[in-house]
Write a protein of this length. Sequence first.
Length: 301
Amino acid sequence: MTLLEDPMARSLPVEPLPPGAQTERRRPRHRGQRVLDRLSLWVPLGLFLLFTLVPLYWMVLFAFRPSGSTSLIPWPITFDHFASVWNGSGFGIYFQNSIITAGATLVVSTVIALLGGYALARFAFRGKTLFLVVMLCTQFIPGAMMLIPLFEIFNTLGLTNNLISLIIADTVFHLPLSLVLMSGFIRNVPVEIEEAAWVDGCTRVQAFRLVVLPLLKPGIVAVGSFAFISAWNNFLFALMFMSQQDRFTVPVGLSYLLGEFGADFGALAAGGLVAILPVVILFAYVQKFLVQGMSAGAVKG
């Protein structure tokens, strides 16, 4: 009979381990693992944050530091560079052109994406899969390859040196991604709630406007913000289609601040800060909607 099978052995008192002995034996390993986990999280984030903020710091430094100063702190603060780039370089006109182009691209691409995305999400038709594949494949075509054909088309139509050409080009190039994204958002909205609206007497258009559209707010914000930023940052199209200075957008206007033998870094940094301001404000507002995007079609029971 073994010790475990002996009934008397079961009643033998078992001396407990000293308090904390087993915990002390395992604690170094757990503590070291926690340190490694934190390092593996914070070190890449810290490097990425450093990589992002250092150029922004130098931009702020040159924009607010007086000309000729070598201080690493922008003090005394001056706004002369902003006045110079806004009034002397015509940056106000460039900013206005960018607002018009990016705003029109946002509206047009979002409206078309809503209509086309609804068709792709709710209707079954022959060739839909092939259509989606072709649209996604167009995203692999660099925009630089299309510059000469687009220029010839717009020149024939008399749209060169016209902001309409930029709006059309930016909308066309961003529309495939907008359609795919919007169709995914609409597909997340259960069709049952739309059918319930039909039973209550709504037409398809009314059901879409009253039931589906309010649930698509995160998707609309996401698609619209991507279209706005894409059009705002587009440099090649504006450089190719516009030759008159009063039709330049912000990226092209910034490039003209670089001279042949030098550059006014203060004015260039001030223009860069003005250029990123709308994008920063936009993302500060829409980031909460971007987080809600995947749950846009959720139904509360």
